[in-house]
Design a protein around this ligand. Sequence first.
Ligand code: 8YV
Length: 328
Amino acid sequence: MSKPKVLVARAIFPETIDRLAQHFEVESNQADAVWSKAQLIDKLQGKAGVFTTGSERIDAEVLDACPDLKICANMAVGYNNFDTEAMTAHGVLGTNAPDVLTETTADFGFALLMATARRIAESEHFLRAGQWTKWAYDMFSGSDIHGSTLGIIGMGRIGQGIAKRGAHGFGMKVIYHNRSRLDAALEAECKASYVGKEELLKTADHVVLVVPYTPASHHTIGAAELALMKPTATLVNIARGGIVDDAALAAALKDKRIAAAGLDVFEGEPKVHPDLLTVPNVVLTPHIASATVPTRKAMADLAVDNLVGYLVNGKPLTPVNPAVLAKH
Ligand code: 8YV
């Protein structure tokens, strides 16, 4: 019997390709070409599965044009690149890569918070530019992390990881806002108190965003929300581009309406709003929150496990639209 065909849409670890090749006829993109939608559709012809990253949009147009497709396995916990409604309607399963990246991403969220509040990137640029000629009492004074109030918007697994780091490691008071309140045991574990969004924005010294991107979470932070924040506050976005109105944020940073921001994700990335590139009080990183070798390998492995689980054994591990399974 011939093996099912799968496409790997982006360059990935050679061992990931080797694992897939044990079960499938694999077409890969190790040259890491950036495909247009038409090219993706062309490559998907005859493929039963596709290994995607957050960069490949799977929507009704793709699905209509690829009738053989059965599963899209995302090497990402976020899956806003999937039109899950259209996928379910077409009987195409989507899977994501949760859990394996939680601690690594929480580490990074905390690192970005610290770099932002303590002005690490800005001061390093100053030093490299040869501008450090003498010490000064107010040179790059930032804001404290320890003992301050950490506000987390989006209290899923990664948000909880950041809460624990803040509360247990740095003695922070943790407040959070989420679609639904955590149960009492989890709140106690995270030492976190539930508050409304407005109260969080008004009282937090540091606001960290970890919400999934949906039409409802688009511009969770815009000009009105930034206006509620303390002028000394920092904002960190490790969630998705589009959760923050980047133009409004750039204006707020320029006018010092908030102290600083740390951004790992951007509206329309890899493009970055030009005004963000010119303000000094922002730390910018290229969507690397999950980027450690073991974690990226674990994410890739989980995507492979989902492809094998579904196409070979009929049992995917982490489906995002399980309604497709019920149809069988
Ligand atoms: C990925 C991410 O690296 O998991 C996610 O949702 O944002 C990142 O960890 C990125 O989406 C590429 O797949």
